[in-house]
Structure formats: C-alpha cells, structure tokens
Design a protein around this ligand. Sequence first.
Ligand code: GLC
Length: 533
Amino acid sequence: MTHPLWWQTGVIYQIYPRSFQDSNGDGVGDLPGILARLDYMVSLGVDAVWLSPIFPSPMADFGYDIADYTGIHPLFGTMADFDRLLAEAHARGLKVILDLVPNHTSDQHPWFQESRASRDNPKRDWYFWRDPAPDGGPPNNWLSFFGGPAWTYDEATGQYYLHQFVKEQPELNYRNPAVLQAMLDAMRFWLDRGVDGFRVDVIWLMAKDPLFRDEPPNPDYQPGEPGINSLIHLYTQDLPEVHDLIRAMRGVLNEYDERMMVGEIYLPYDRLVGYYGTNMDECHLPFNFQLILSQWNATAIRTLINSYEAALPATGWPNWVLGNHDQSRIATRVGRDQARVATMMLLTLRGTPTCYYGDELGMLDVDIPYEKMQDPSGLNQPGVVGASRDPERTPMQWDASPNAGFCPPAVEPWLPLADDYPTVNVAAQAQDVRSMLSLFRQLTALRRAMPAFSVGGYASVDAGNPQVVAYERQAGAERYLVALNFSAEAQAVVLDTEAAQAEVVLSTHLDRLGVEPLTNLQLRANEGVILRL
Ligand code: GLC
C-alpha cells in the first residue's frame, strides 16, 4: 500500500434517510434534515456517510425500487438539496457514499415500462421474460427473498418476469450489454457530481443461470424460516459471470480519483474474498457481515476474526459491520451492555468499520404491530420471525421532546418511535460522560489519533480465558492490547507477555484508567478494555 486511503482509515456511518431527520414536517426524514445533522456526524468522529436510496421510487421496497437512477425523490428533497448536502459534507471532511441498486429497477422505471409493452419491444430483454411452465405456472422454482415465487405473470404479453424481491422490483438482464452500459452511465452521473463511492445492493445476485435451472432443495431447511432458505441458490447467487460485471463497475470508479465501492454480499469467507477480484480489480470492500450472522460468544467470534484474517488476500482491505437496515440491531441481539463491547471491537479490529445510525446510542429494535407495519418483507411473510425490517428502521432519537426531535410533535412519524427515547437520545447521552455515545466518540477519537488502530497490524492474543477475545494492534513502536469480556460475569485475563503491566487507555465502562497487571487483569461483566503496551 502506498498511502492509506480514506475508505481504509475512515469509519463509515450508514443513514437510513427516511428515519434520520425530518425537516419539512411530513414524518419522513429528508436531505435537508441530514444536512442539518452533519455537525453531529463530525462530532461522532466518522469519516463517510452512506445514504440508503434517495432516488425517485414508488417505495414498494422503500427506495430499493428505483424509477430513475439520476434523480432525487421529492420526498427527500431536490437535486439542489443533494448538491448542497454533498458540498457541506465535503467542507467538513466527510465523504458521501450513495446506494447503487443495479440488480433490479422499479416496475415504474421507463425501461421496464417499455420492456413489458410488447414481446418485440427493443428493451424486452433488458429484463428476464420467460414462457409459463407447461402447467401455466412459473418457469422454474426460484423464490423471492420476500416470500413466494420469484416470477410474476404479466397478462398483457403472456410471459413471466423475474424478481427476487417484491414483484415491483423486476430484475435487469446483464447478458444484454446495453444494460450494463446504462448502469455505468448512472454511476458516472453521480461520480461527476462528486459522490465519493457506492454501496452496491445485492451485488452477488446480479448474474443468473442462463439455462434457468431449478434450484435444489435445502436439506437443512426448518419450517418457520423464511421460504427463501428452502432452496440452495446455485443458479441465482454468486455466479462466475458476476465478477465480469463488477470489474466493469470498478473500471468506471478507476476513471476518477479515490472513489470506492462496497458490495453487499452475504457469503461465507472463502467465497466472499473472491469479490476483491483476482487482481484486486473488483470491490474495494466486500461487506463482511459475519459479526451480524454469528452466534455471540467469545469462541465463535474469535474463530471468525481469525478465519477472516486468514482468508483475506494479502492486499485485500478488511471491513467489519455490526448492523444495517436489514438486520436486528446489535443492542437487541446482544443486550445494551454487551453492545458496548461489540462497539469497542468494531472500532478496534483491523479494517474499515461501518456503523448503523442509532447504534451509537444503543438504540433497540422497536416492536411494530402488524397494522403499523410498512416493510413488504414483513407484510408478505406474516408469522415469519424477523421478516419485517421495520424494527431496526425507526426514527433517530435526538432528544426528549415529543417525537424525539425527529419530526414536529403534531406529526405522526412514518414508523413509531421507541418508547425509551425520553432517556435514550443524543441530547441526554451527550451530557453523560459514561454513555454509549461518549464511548463511541472516545473510540473514534482514539482510532483517529493512533495509527495502530486504523492502519496497524493485527495479532490474536491468548487471554487465558475462553470468555475473552483479545488481540494486539500495532504500528511502529505503538502497541495496544484489546481485551473483550463476552460474558455477563467478571473474568480474569492472564496474559503471557514480557511486560508485567500496562496502562488502561479506555474501558467500555468509561470509569477507569491507570496501570493494571497483565498477568491478572480483572475484567468486569461485559467490559472491554484497551491497554497501551
Ligand atoms: C438489499 C437491501 C434491502 C433491499 C434488497 C432489495 O438487501 O439492503 O433493504 O430490500 O436489497 O433491493
């Protein structure tokens, strides 16, 4: 590596725009709202902001169904608002990452409108159209992530079209080279405006089996799980051809300075690392979601960190994620006390951390009754636990005023707020030197000040206690030890090091500094500490 780049040293903060800050009193967040909160992001010590989709969309999947790749949805503001947000973010040293959704469009996109108009329309094969099976049913057994078949019959032309999400999200056919060119043009549109990169939606699904073969059943499928898990996705996921598409996208990014892409890919490490590209010519960062998917205990996490480190290609830059807009929040998954340990780990492991808005406060999933449910994944799969993603998408908790400062008191926010917002909010935690927010800020400050954490080496350390994950980060003469207690009981750490003692730089409890013996380091329940060696 010549010099570290912003997406390597920086911390990425994900905003779900509908839920961050409403500025015009419609109960939905918007771009001027985000603009008004840029100083908050600076105060968090993050370096880049990823915005979930802000483009024109009928909102069948809350913006992941795009009707125009080069516009701004009026709900979020105007192109002038976007340009202002970008300029103001840049003025504060913040990068802006947009969400690119190349796998599918909205059914209202003009491309699909043309495609469905007739069988001989020039855009017909921009999408996947197939004749019905002999019995009149779908052409094969492929399934939608949101329940039911991945095919919908179109009366007008007597064929089925493919959609692995809702039926309003028809999938683009990248075997037609014009489709790829159109998507690369959309990328250039935003790069020319100054956007710093893209998070690329479901990038590992972009290629499909040309023979449209049935997928085999998954023998491990348990009833009650989402239906999509009942098949093994040999013919819809991680196909070799997807790498050609990603290389073409990377080529566009390479036409510009220091732009990046982070790909959404849910795959085990041996397959995930292929998305860096054989010649490091694909994703700058293939999202590493294993901390979201893993069992939460020291043994499992230690194993996964070490297997990730081992699987990474020599020049592949690591990254870590604890949550996003599709997954139950970390504080709900592991509890608020343990979430502090998770946050210390996220911000001290080797690689780029991505933080989901509100996790810096320990925001919890919010139970949304079926009548208030918005997410099509939940609405289409009643009874499937965790199918709805509304719980992790609730409004940001800014202060104790009615509606938490997210929208005006008299307005109903698009999703209900958490009941705990009068105490769990930015304003309250900013005043509390031991809050989760204070911990987050201290961790980002430490990361910024000490190259050991941003660009330093990583080495696993035996803590002499199975409940503790420990590792060293080091750059030049700077060496730090991180010791994380994954249990809700006190644990003793016995380190086999030359140094007898070391200085505590930070505890997740934010209440201790000073020198501690390394041969008998006492960690309290759910405590993580950073020591300078
Ligand atoms: C990705 C997004 C998710 C969306 C889906 C379809 O998984 O993160 O929110 O529903 O793609 O675009």
